[in-house]
Design a protein around this ligand. Sequence first.
Ligand code: SAM
Ligand code: SF4
Length: 378
Amino acid sequence: MSVQLGMPQPRPEGGPGAGSPAPLPAGRPAGIPAGLVDRYGRRATDMRLSLTDKCNLRCTYCMPAEGLQWLAKQAVMTAEEIVRIVRIGVEQLGVRELRLTGGEPLVRADLLDIISAIRTAHLDLPISMTTNAVGLDKKAAGLKAAGLTRINVSLDSLHEETFTQLTRRPFLDRVLAGVDAAWAAGLGPVKLNAVLMRGINDAESPSLLAWALGRGYELRFIEQMPLDADHGWTRRNMITAAEIRELLSVDYVLSADPRERDGAPAERFEVRARIPGTGEAAGPVLGTVGIIASVTEPFCADCRRTRITAEGKIMSCLFSREEVDLLGLLRAGASDEQLVERWQDAMWLKPKAHGMDHVGLDAPDFVQPDRSMSAIGG
Ligand code: SAM
Ligand code: SF4
C-alpha cells in the first residue's frame, strides 16, 4: 500500500528547521513590544497546538484514503515538552487562549495528563479542543475533570452514508454520542465545524443547522481550503461563504450578530426562521451560526493565531511555507529566553496574508502548502 508524505521534506542545513540555537535572519528590530508581534502590528494571543499528526478518520478534504506517513514517536512533543512550551507562551509571550488539535487529539494516550498539567499551571487559561469526537462519549467527563474548558466537534453530515463517504469511516453514531456526552459533561458551549463539499453535503446545510439549533450547539461552516493531502481542492468546486448564506436563506433569515467579532475566525449571524415565500423573519432568534470564510473573505488582518505542530514547529500561518523548529532548540538544552527569542523571531515574519483570495479560478500558479491540515493542526 502506498503512503503519501504529509510533511515537507527536510530543509537545507542552517534553514529554519535545522534546530540549532543560531538566531534566524529575522530582522526583528530591538525594542519592539514584548509578546508575539509581527511586522504588520498584529499580536498573536491564541495558540493552536497539535498533539499528534495521527487520525482515525480519513476526511476527503484533509487526508488521503491510505493515511499519511505518521511521525515517529520520538519526533512528537512529549507531555513535558508541551507543558513547557505552553508555559512559555502563557507566562512570557502573552498567550491568552489555548486550542488543542491534531490530527485527532483523542488518540493521544496521555491526553488527560497533558490537560491536567496545563490546567494546574494555568488556572484561568481557556483550554479548548477540536476533535472528530470518535470515542469522546467515554472520555468527555474525564476531559472536563482534567480541566478542559470547551470542545469543538467536526460534523459534516447527519446522514450515515454521506458521513461515511466524507470521512471514509462508518462512525456517525459514535460521533453523535460524543457530542451529546461533551454537552452533558459541561464542555459547552459545544461548537460544531462543518466543511461543505459540492454535491455531497452542501444541500444538507439547512437541516444540519436546524439540528444544531434544536440542541443549542453553535454550528460553524468552514470554507474548504487547499490543505487536503490529495491536492484535490479547486476554487471552482469549493462552496463559498456567499453560497452558504444563500443555501441557508431558503429556510432562515440571517442577520449580523451584534457581538464584537474580537479576532474570531467565524463571522457570526443570528438566525430566525423565514416566513415561507417571503424575505421576512418569523419569531425569535433561534441561535447563531458562524461562517469561516478563510478563502473568499479572509480575516488575515486581524489574525491572532500562533501554531505549534505536533513535532514542535512554529507556523505563523496555516499557509506558511516557512516553519521554525522550536522543539529541536528545546531538546538541544535551550533556556526559556532562547525559546522566547526564536518564537518571537518566527512570528515577526508572519506573512501579511495567505493570498488565496487573490488567486483566480483554478489559477495554475497557486502553490498548495506541503503540509495537509492534519499535519499542521487545524
Ligand atoms: N481531527 C480533529 C477534527 O477533525 O476536528 C482536529 C483536527 S482537524 C485538522 C481541525 C479542523 O480542520 C476540522 O474542523 C476540519 O473540518 C478542518 N479541516 C480539515 N481540512 C480542511 C480543509 N481542507 N479546509 C477547511 N477545513 C479543514
Ligand atoms: Fe482527521 Fe480531523 Fe483531518 Fe478528519 S479533519 S481526517 S478527523 S484530522
